[in-house]
Design a protein around this ligand. Sequence first.
Ligand code: FES
Length: 101
Amino acid sequence: MWLRYQRRLLGMPRLQFPLLNRSLEVALGQRLLDVCEAHGIPMDAACGGFAACNTCRVCIIEGELSPLEESEEPFLDRPDQRLACQAYVVGDLCLNLDPGA
Ligand code: FES
């Protein structure tokens, strides 16, 4: 609990990818796609991050990202899905890759 509070104060949320057995601490406000690319998380981004291909889709297990962008809606089947190229880190997060293409 204390460590979680400290990370939040320092703006270093923890991102967990249980299926990849990976855990990262990242700066608040980073785009999720950029975080994955910087840390070697295998994520496709066929359209280059312009919300046009659906290959960067993730499934949120726990936590939240920045508010849903209108540009994402056509690509999402469920409320727990997001496009990593349109979502920003706002706190601790547990997620899986869920490419839709
Ligand atoms: S990289 Fe194409 S939709 Fe996100």
